[in-house]
Design a protein around this ligand. Sequence first.
Ligand SMILES: [Zn+2]
Length: 361
Amino acid sequence: MKVICEICKKEFEYPIEQIKHRHREVELDLVPTNFWSIKDYLPEFEIKISKDGTIIPPKVRRKSKLKAGNTPMIKYSDNVYLKDESKNPTGSFKDRGMENLMNEIIAHGKDKVAVVSCGSGAIATIEYAKEYNIKSIVFVHKDVSKSSLKLISKADKVYFSDTFIQSYEDYMKYSLTHNDVFWGFLNTNISYMLGLRTMAYEIVEQLKKAPDVVIIPCGSGMDIVAQNLAFREMFESGKIDKIPKIGVVEIIGGNPIEQGYMNNVEDKLYIIDKPVESKTILSNDTCFNYKKIYDMAKRDEAFFLSVNDEMIDDFISSHPEYEATYDYTSMSAMAAVEKYSKTNGNDTVVAVLTCKNRIGG
Ligand SMILES: [Zn+2]
């Protein structure tokens, strides 16, 4: 597989040690952004569909017993559907990328992986790594939720930082000085991203058509990048007749991509000085997939659907049953559905519920 660095336009044969190719000018305190694109990928990364409509993920050397994907689609209203990603083995969409990631670690001859996360990414990595006999090292901030912490403590080593941003800095300092540990940075890892694509294929298979809009909570943005790539592939191969637009859910006041896009900040990372507090994990000062999603918006394949905690709380107060199953961040997609449907009631919409509520579980 050939990948291209969009900054220096150099081509690389993948897998490469991504941490060794750096562009300090687009880094935020040592943390690199996603500047990678794929030139062509090997047939092993192709997604296949069996006769009964089951989506078969990219072929990997060592399969996992944890079966990610083929999650249910729930009818919410006449033309709104919910893709229930909480039904993945460790409870989030991140599981879809893990077989690919574990196989890449093995391909590099490594048996340790370091990740930084505030929840579901670490939990998925820890569970899959155990199965592949890979040691997991996790960086988190000290205020991570108790329910997540219980699962994160199953890692071989956990490092705590004072703040979210500090955990990223500490993670990078550690990764740059530990060459024996695989750099499992989920915000830029290409084989992980290619694994996430199965969701878009399932949506098309379950609806028997391309929806108009798919609403996805943004976070690191990798899920949005992956699903856009998958929809483009299906469009280019003639499987669907249009590329669904992705409604990018950020938090009002902590929405760096939307603000950067509105201000035409294209050639550098947009950073919000003091992002608002939110009960979601979505409010951010920047996004490591800023440029990727900015370019999608420019191509009219993404648009912004920012919400705030008050809108999420409003949704929950009228639909309390959702809170028991899905985490608060997932509910931002539902608040975005309400916002979008007010003016676009006839569109076919899929909202992605990204993670299960771990409280009590
Ligand atoms: Zn480069």
